[in-house]
Design a protein around this ligand. Structure first.
Ligand code: G3P
Ligand code: MG
Length: 245
């Protein structure tokens, strides 16, 4: 069974550096985390890159949907300036560049498959192919997670040996059956929607429970005390100070 650190940098270290960028991952590592989470989607021409939203509007100086832009178009955008002038010039990274950096830094990684609508299966295939081609045999595997069940089904069929995180926002009535069917390794749940009872129900399945997004160190402490394995946080330094690793 994979061992998770208690503190996972969310989209890198989103509170301190531009999300889903190499600078953000470096910042998370500098703050002392052992794992980061990033969001993976495809450009129009099928390159796996890091991006949370379906459009580039919020996190770059450009406008438009990722699904309508080729990698060359996206690469011209500035993914640092909207966060702060000190990050100007930061580019949208490819998954390949991201993995090279996490290997160099010795980090673990949660790859969240975050497809543009209609590309759920294709995004999972391409992300998994890219990661498997680069993954060193002697490294612990990544955690592959998604809200999208078709993406997780591809992960189960295509990379069954890699752990899968079933991401839940509003939990469906049949969440436990879905987790069984997907052979989910972990349950990755929303801090804002859960309480002690629902966390206990998740834990009763015997799976590690990971909770997003927890920016209050005291809340992180309470969740760990309930038996949660890890929290995703935008503020790794602050949460690490309370939880340790
Ligand atoms: O994977 C945990 C968390 O990142 C899920 O939500 O919207 O921040 O990708 P979101
Ligand atoms: Mg995410």
């Amino acid at each position: 069974m994979i061992r998770f650190p208690r503190t996972i940098g969310h989209r890198g270290a989103r509170g301190y550096a531009p999300e889903n960028t190499l600078a953000g991952i470096r910042t998370a590592a500098e703050q002392g985390v052992c794992w980061v989470e990033v969001d993976v989607k495809l450009t129009r021409d099928g390159v796996p890159i890091l991006m949370h939203d379906d459009t580039v509007d919020r996190t770059t100086d450009g406008r438009g949907t990722v699904a309508s832009m080729d990698f060359a178009d996206l690469r011209r955008l500035d993914a640092g300036k909207p966060f702060g002038p000190e990050f100007a010039g930061e580019k949208i990274p490819t998954l390949e560049e991201t993995l090279a950096l996490v290997f160099e830094l010795g980090l673990g990684i949660n790859l969240e498959i975050k497809p543009c609508p209609g590309r759920e299966e294709e995004t999972a295939y391409k992300a998994l192919d890219t990661a498997r081609a680069l993954w060193p045999a002697d490294r612990p595997p990544p955690l592959i997670s998604s809200f999208e069940l078709p993406s997780l089904e591809v992960a189960l069929a295509h990379a069954p040996e890699w752990p899968r995180g079933y991401l839940i926002d509003r939990r469906p009535a049949d969440w436990a059956a879905i987790a069984d069917r997907l052979e989910a390794t972990t349950l990755n749940v929303n801090a804002r929607r859960e309480d002690e009872r629902s966390i206990a129900a998740y834990l009763a399945t015997g799976r590690p429970v990971l909770v997003y997004t927890v920016n209050d160190p005291a809340q992180a402490r309470r969740l760990i005390d309930l038996g949660v394995s890890a929290v995703f946080t935008d503020y790794p330094r602050d949460v690490l100070a309370v939880l340790g690793d």
